[in-house]
Write a protein that binds this ligand. Structure first.
Ligand SMILES: [Zn+2]
Length: 119
């Protein structure tokens, strides 16, 4: 299958786990494993390998949220026990990471298709 021509990629469909080209087929066959191709339009996803690219953005965003929340609550609620912070903010970092990983990987796959990245 050929990669799409520029400008024909739907980033919103990709962020919701759909094929960035047709918006119909599923982009992932498991949580982080991209499908080999779209079942609806046949778009090949094997050429768009994101590697560890999305992880960088997930780390930056989740780290900013968790560290920002920790510092904010640390100074706003000085009477909180450190154990409360240890229970809240690592869990927030994990949850935000899990929520962001698939959409950011999908956006990176869509970006690679949009920019015609090849092996
Ligand atoms: Zn498709």
């Amino acid at each position: 299958m050929t990669l799409p021509t520029g400008g024909k990629v739907n980033f919103l469909a990709a962020a919701s786990g759909k094929c960035p080209v047709c918006g119909q087929g599923r982009l992932f066959k498991s949580y982080l494993k991209a499908a080999d191709s779209c079942a609806a339009c046949g778009q090949d996803f094997k050429a768009a390998d994101t590697g560890d690219g999305p992880v960088v953005f997930v780390i930056l965003i989740a780290g900013f949220i968790a560290c920002g929340g920790l510092l904010t609550t640390f100074f706003l609620y000085p009477d909180w026990s450190p154990m409360i912070h240890l229970m809240i903010w690592p869990a927030v970092a994990v949850i935000v990471s899990l929520l962001l990983m698939q959409p950011l990987k999908a956006l990176m796959i869509a970006s690679q298709l949009r920019n015609k990245v090849r092996d």
